[in-house]
Design a protein around this ligand. Structure first.
Ligand code: HEC
Ligand code: HEC
Length: 453
């Protein structure tokens, strides 16, 4: 079971966000009492930390990075080392794509925080969203900007078939595994021997459900899929979901090391107030703003600096005009209809928290234009920002929150909390210093550099 995030807030409190913030801070203040144990350099003398440090520590502890994500029980391979290695191999597998020239790496660039360098991603066609980072992604509960998947393994199946992303199809993917001895062998060791797929009448070369082919450009392949026997379709869906499970096991390894912020908090927890590289007074003032006047913490809470939920920030569409992306409004129903959801037949835990959360989802018009709150860890290595990469750098993001200039207001759909902040020059640079101090250490070596095949 996922622990309740210490820095997170209950979305269901009837009070307004200001009240929520005050309540949360009062909670943190209670922690102060326990901290007067040691002072810097005088640990044995049971003196209190300097007041500023003790106060910072009390408010910051709930944001410190967690060791490892909880296991995703819907994927019994999620913590399997061999599956992760297989997933790393598949992450670079270009033969899975329709044209044979693209893999996950094409948009999730390992040298750019596993995010896209471009604002809008481009695969076998134009994508209308930005490919976010995959670092620390396994801590999340919903995937995609609109949350159209409730597990990492089911998320991975989307881009494989999406016509504008990799443009592959599940039958071709199964055949490729079966026809590539090295892949078939590892697949068999993990998931059981692949069934024979050489009867072309039962298992055509290409096939995918028409629902996975928006635009309908692959009508022949979707007709071939519909013509298959139900049991044979399930066989292919099983192989396809296992591909997702291996990819997810790999993505679960993409975890960043501690940031200057984490190192500062952990040092203070040990009673050590020596300076920490990358953390300074400006960053500390930025943290005060973040959790105080600027109220960023209302959405960017907990160890990932994200509540994992969906909000409408009113960020203007990249190419101007009125917003057209429904975000969460579309993501929720798409997820509930997916056969690969946590409560579906291909999940390894159909009655757990993930499945329940999806079942209970309600969609209302207020969700139109809401996007998932991104984690604020490791920001500096992966511009641009937001769901369309609207902002080229962090200065632009802070500018947007500060002035709200060009924000697209949708009356009641817009979050009430987001008002102009009227920050001074110094406050803006403090906030930036804080955001930069959330840059963590690199992903550990065996996982950091998948290569294309
Ligand atoms: C053509 C570009 C492209 C390719 C190729 C691609 N992705 Fe993505 N990826 C995206 C975009 C765009 C999004 C945002 C999608 C959305 O919001 O619906 C995304 C989102 C994700 C997310 C959700 C992250 C989060 O924080 O919610 C994961 C996980 C992911 N991709 C994994 C993969 C894997 C695994 C592959 C290879 C099988 C892959 N992607 C291939 C563009 C791509
Ligand atoms: C009402 C909830 C909410 C508040 C308050 C909020 N954010 Fe956000 N933030 C979001 C959401 C949602 C997104 C994604 C928006 C999008 O893609 O259109 C986002 C995106 C971002 C990003 C881009 C991250 C990325 O990976 O693309 C940064 C940086 C950021 N916010 C910083 C801040 C700061 C600093 C503050 C306070 C001044 C703040 N946010 C206040 C919800 C919020």
């Amino acid at each position: 079971m996922r622990k309740k995030q210490a820095g997170s807030m209950d979305e269901n409190t009837p009070n307004g966000p200001h009240a929520r913030l005050r309540l949360a801070l009062r909670g943190f203040a209670a922690v102060c009492f326990c901290l007067g144990l040691s002072s810097c350099g005088e640990k044995s003398q049971s003196k209190a930390l300097p007041l500023d440090d003790a106060d910072f520590l009390a408010r910051a502890s709930g944001f410190v990075s967690e060791p490892l994500p909880d296991a995703d029980l819907t994927n019994r391979f999620c913590e399997n080392e061999k599956a992760a290695l297989f997933g790393r191999r598949l992450f670079g597998e270009m033969a899975f794509s329709g044209e044979g020239t693209r893999s996950c790496i094409s948009c999730h660039d390992p040298s750019h925080g596993f995010a896209d360098t471009r604002s809008l991603s481009h695969g076998e066609g134009d994508v209308n969203r930005h490919a976010p980072t995959l670092i620390n992604v396994a801590y999340g509960q919903w995937f995609g900007w609109g949350g159209k998947a409730d597990s990492l393994w089911s998320q991975a199946l989307g881009p494989l078939e999406h016509p504008a992303e990799m443009g592959g199809d599940r039958l071709a993917i199964a055949h490729h595994l079966s026809n590539t001895p090295e892949l078939a062998k590892t697949y068999g060791e993990l998931f059981g021997t692949l069934p024979a797929l050489n009867d072309a009448a039962r298992f055509p070369a290409h096939g995918l459900p028409s629902g996975a082919d928006p635009g309908g450009k692959r009508a022949t392949a979707s007709a071939a899929w519909e013509a298959m026997a139900d049991g044979d379709r399930q066989t292919i869906n099983r192989i396809f979901s296992n591909v997702g499970k291996a990819l997810a096991a790999y993505e679960t390894k993409l975890i960043s090391g501690p940031s200057p912020f984490d190192r500062r908090v952990r040092a203070l927890q040990r009673g050590d107030c020596e300076p920490v590289e990358g953390w300074d007074a400006a960053a500390a003032r930025g943290f005060d703003l973040f959790t105080g006047h600027a109220m960023c913490v209302v959405c960017h809470s907990g160890p990932r600096f994200s509540d994992g939920e969906f909000h409408n920030t009113g960020a203007p569409p990249l190419h101007g005009g009125e917003p057209v992306d429904p975000g969460r409004y579309q993501g929720g129903p798409t997820l509930q209809a997916s056969i690969f959801r946590a409560g579906g037949a291909f999940s390894d835990h159909t009655s757990g928290q993930r499945a329940e959360r999806t079942k209970r989802l309600k969609t209302g018009s207020e969700q139109w234009g809401e996007f998932k709150t991104p984690s604020l860890r490791n920001l500096v290595e992966r511009p641009p920002y937001m769901h369309q990469g609207q902002f080229e750098d962090l200065e632009q993001v802070v500018d947007f929150y500060d002035t709200r200039e060009n924000s697209v207001g949708q009356s009641h759909h817009q979050e009430q909390i987001l008002r102009p902040l009227s920050l001074t020059e110094e406050q803006r640079s403090d906030l930036l210093a804080f955001l930069r101090a959330l840059q963590g250490g690199p992903v550990s070596a065996p996982w950091a550099t998948p290569r294309p095949f």
